[in-house]
Design a protein around this ligand. Structure first.
Ligand code: UT7
Length: 337
């Protein structure tokens, strides 16, 4: 077993969480009116009962900014103290500038360097690890790490295979450099992985350089989500379980030590399969996908904030965060709360 991961100079801690979801609720009953589906099918196959849909004029950076403000308020951190903003998203406001630059402007965080990260549904944990490197090496002191998505802008509302799964929202954390060994919220380890051989099974194929929108394909929904659900499911369970084991080993911990698993909120059956294989009791999972569906990069920070504010997680708890998404990408992180 390898030693706990630490940097010779410093480490970093989560000092605040925040989230935001749009007001508009779309229930399974609402979807029954749009596509050939049933509440029974959606609930039994995924666990999802409803999802949030952003207003037409509500952007990913609007949601990201709202979540960030909540996290900063909890952390007691002023915009001027933030020197790094990373926004994990696949639904950026525009191709460029980055969504993170819009967030920087909206927060007035003028001392921050800001950029986006795309690792699909694993994006938040990729961003967390990236921020951690900036902090642990002494380059930056205080980071906002945000996952935010307006997936409703990528959904084909005629495709029942995918449109029932996704929702909009944002979650954020404030991560601060902290030299104290036992500081609360300390990130103990992070694992990341990719398999570019499987880019084809989960993608938005069009609308960018590979297949720009043209007069000819404008009606073909090329700029919407395509997923081979069963294949993605299979890989998700295997990769997420492995990533959990690796992150725990790197932190010098065992599955038994885990207080709460906060997994990417895509499918209740995936979460159940992972914890079952890890040997973690089902009651040690935190699940909110019934309310929000799959919010991609937003799902983990949204669940983390909800668990935190509800008092479900407490100081000293060992949290196991784990994500999986297009790429394929996967990541996991152990945090001592
Ligand atoms: O966030 C990134 C990671 N994403 C994921 O982790 C998602 C992974 N995949 C999944 O969660 C599941 O594969 C789904 C929920 C997407 C699908 O569940 P499934 O048990 O794998 O169903 P399936 O795709 O095998 O479809 C079974 C049947 C099909 O009908 P036939 O061919 O058996 O007659 C589908 O056409 O269910 C049908 N179906 C639906 N029926 C009613 C597919 N979507 C729907 C629907 N309503 N919305």
């Amino acid at each position: 077993m390898s030693a706990p991961e630490s940097h010779p100079f410093c480490s970093s801690s989560l000092i605040g969480t925040g989230s935001y979801v749009p007001e508009r609720i779309m229930t399974n009953a609402d979807l029954e009116k749009i596509v050939d589906t049933t509440d029974e099918w959606i609930t039994s196959r995924t666990g999802i009962k409803e999802r949030r849909i952003a207003a037409d004029n509500e952007t990913t950076s609007d949601m990201a900014t709202a979540a960030a403000r909540n996290a900063m308020e909890m952390a007691g951190v002023d915009a001027s103290e933030i020197d790094l903003i990373i926004v994990a998203t696949v639904t950026q406001d525009m191709f460029f500038p980055s969504t993170a630059c819009f967030v920087q402007q909206k927060l007035g965080a003028s001392n921050a360097v800001a950029f986006d990260m795309n690792a699909a549904c694993s994006g938040f944990l990729f961003a967390l690890q990236t921020a951690r490197h900036f902090l642990n090496t002494g380059n930056r002191r205080c980071a906002l790490v945000i996952g935010a998505e307006k997936l409703s802008s990528l959904v084909n509302w005629k495709d029942r295979n995918t449109c029932v799964l996704f929702g909009d929202g944002a979650g954020a954390v404030v991560l601060r450099r902290n030299e104290e060994e036992d500081a609360p919220g300390r990130v103990l380890s992070t694992i990341m992985g990719c398999d570019g051989n499987l880019t084809g099974i989960l993608k938005v194929p069009g609308g960018a350089s590979a297949e720009p929108i043209t007069q000819e394909n404008v009606d073909e929904q090329v700029k919407s989500i395509y997923m081979e659900g069963k294949e993605v499911f299979r890989h998700a369970v295997t990769r997420m379980k492995e990533a959990c084991e690796q992150a725990l080993e790197r932190a010098g911990l065992k599955a038994d030590d885990v207080t709460k698993v906060i997994a990417h909120q895509a499918n209740q059956r995936i979460i159940s399969a992972i914890v079952d294989r890890l040997g973690v009791p089902a009651e040690r999972t935190f699940v909110n996908l019934q309310k929000y569906g799959n919010t991609s990069a937003a799902s983990i920070p949204l669940a983390l904030d909800e668990a935190n504010r509800a008092g479900v997680i407490k100081r000293g708890d060992i949290l196991l965060l784990v994500a999986f998404g297009a790429g394929l990408t996967w990541a996991s992180s152990v945090v001592r709360w």
